[in-house]
Design a protein around this ligand. Structure first.
Ligand SMILES: [Zn+2]
Length: 291
């Protein structure tokens, strides 16, 4: 079984949302990711590392003790101090402080279709934070908007997964702009704030979309691994098993799941299994953003 996994796994890394992009994902897949990353790396790296340095310096100079001693009321509205960042080379979550490195990030894409609210309820009961990446075509009725509002009120972050889940490289710049900005506007109307995180459908970005996402102050992320779009993992048992026992479960793994019935059913076993292996479910609000 292990060998089978290894042969097929790399494929899953890039094949989010049900689309396989490469015949040889191990090599070309990685290259694609690198290429995508390198293009923005120079500009982004500079600002990110500068921010990190500032962040670290601040932390060293001003221990959090001061906050605790002074004004607890103000602290309630102060944003959490970033402790992690998205590694743009492999989309994992890395500490920028001395925070626990044995963490995983949970993300639920293509929400809110049928199960997002139930999934949020399950995660809330387990005290497991997550990002729900939403699409505009799942947000065109008052009922759907109400669901996203509830999910947000339950403490989960709402991310931008574009309006209609189209492949961005197939669109004109104007269309890409519409796909990305229209859903930001809708989310802001519904929950009172714009998304801080962006994930392109199928993980397919363009230079234009990357630039626009940065301009909008969003952090772009793909994922480390996910399996729920593969037919053989579309049962509670199979999915819970592979999500916890995959060789790709490493520190900072960025887990891709979807609003699907089998994922909904497997969710508590996945969270419990990850925790049993010693992983903490990271709070996405602790991830550094430009907002
Ligand atoms: Zn998707």
């Amino acid at each position: 079984m292990k060998k089978l996994y290894t042969a097929g796994l790399a494929l899953f890394l890039l094949a989010g949302c049900g689309q396989v992009q490469n015949e040889d994902p191990q090599s070309t897949g990685d290259k694609t990711k690198d290429e995508q990353t390198d293009e923005v790396k120079d500009s982004v790296d500079k600002s990110t590392s500068d921010q990190n340095n500032e962040e670290n310096n601040n932390l060293e100079e001003e221990p959090t003790v001061e906050q605790g001693e002074t004004n607890t009321e103000e602290e309630m509205v102060v944003e959490k101090t970033p402790q992690y960042k998205v590694n743009e080379a492999n989309w994992s979550i890395e500490p920028i402080t001395d925070a626990n490195e044995k963490v995983v990030l949970l993300t639920i894409d293509d929400a809110p279709d049928q199960h997002a609210l139930q999934m949020a309820t399950t995660l809330k009961e387990l005290k497991a934070p997550a990002i729900f990446f939403v699409n505009g075509h799942f947000l065109d009725t008052p009922e759907e908007k109400e669901i996203v509002k509830k999910i947000h009120e339950m403490g989960f972050l709402i991310g931008n997964h574009t309006y209609s889940h189209s492949s961005l490289p197939d669109l004109t710049q104007e269309e890409q702009k519409e796909e990305i900005l229209s859903i930001n506007k809708i989310v802001e109307e519904v929950i009172g704030e714009k998304p801080k995180f962006f994930r392109a459908p199928f993980g397919q970005n363009t230079d234009f979309s990357k630039e626009l996402v940065a301009q909008e102050g969003m952090i772009l992320m793909n994922w480390t691994y996910g399996y729920d779009w593969e037919a053989k993992y579309q049962t509670k048992e199979a999915l819970a098993d592979i999500m916890v026992n995959t060789p790709y479960l490493n520190n900072g793994a960025n887990l891709l799941m979807h609003d699907r019935s089998w994922t909904n059913e497997a969710l508590s076993d996945i969270v419990n299994g990850l925790r049993k292996k010693g992983f903490e479910i990271v709070d996405p609000e602790l991830i550094q953003t430009t907002i």
